[in-house]
Design a protein around this ligand. Structure first.
Ligand SMILES: [Cu+2]
Length: 186
């Protein structure tokens, strides 16, 4: 490890351990725009197809209070992601995913299960702010990764109208247009 980074990691680690930061107390990450939905309370299903590198549809409309079952299918030949978040969080997640790609945890076409199990604390980003054991965004409930041909579901309750998108943070995909608008109907 780079000695400078190592000492920074110690400094950050020490700072984090004395600060009362509730968001880091457990794996639960909260979102201003909603929360993981209860499957029994689903009001509607929306099918979203993932391609190289775009979504179909590329915009959806929801109402605060709705619990949506997103039915996701990767029809492409590359690894893709469906993640609902604010623009700022997506940007942060793209940096994290670029690092995961660099470390071989993800490849252009899939996830390396062995490397994924490794100590995430070795990652620069994860650790600089949160120390060991930080839950990574790819494990978060607003986020699903799909290998080619995979089909998955994500159930989400939207609570508050704000500027959010669904997007793919596999390196290069967002930049090439793999994102969609979420509008809040009245
Ligand atoms: Cu993608």
């Amino acid at each position: 490890m780079n000695p400078l980074f190592f000492s920074l990691a110690i400094i950050f680690g020490a700072a984090v351990s004395v600060l009362p930061v509730p968001a880091m107390a457990g794996p639960a990450h909260t979102y201003e725009f909603g929360a993981p939905g209860n499957p029994a309370e689903t009001t509607r299903s929306i099918e979203v197809n993932l391609y190289d590198n775009y979504y179909e549809p590329d915009a959806i409309s929801v109402k605060p209070g709705e619990t949506i079952r997103f039915v996701l299918k990767n029809n492409g030949e590359l690894l893709h992601e469906f993640s609902i978040d604010t623009l700022a969080e997506h940007a942060e997640h793209r940096r994290e995913m670029a690092e995961m790609m660099e470390m071989g945890m993800i490849t252009p076409t899939g996830i390396d299960p062995e490397k994924m199990k490794m100590d995430h604390s070795k990652m620069k980003m994860g650790d600089a702010t949160a120390g060991k054991g930080m839950p990574m965004r790819h494990d978060d409930p607003n986020n699903v990764m799909l290998a080619p041909d995979e089909r998955k579901e994500l159930i989400w309750t939207f609570t508050k109208a704000m500027e959010i998108e669904f997007a793919c943070s596999v390196p290069g995909h967002y930049e090439s247009g793999m994102m969609g608008r979420i509008d809040f109907g009245k």
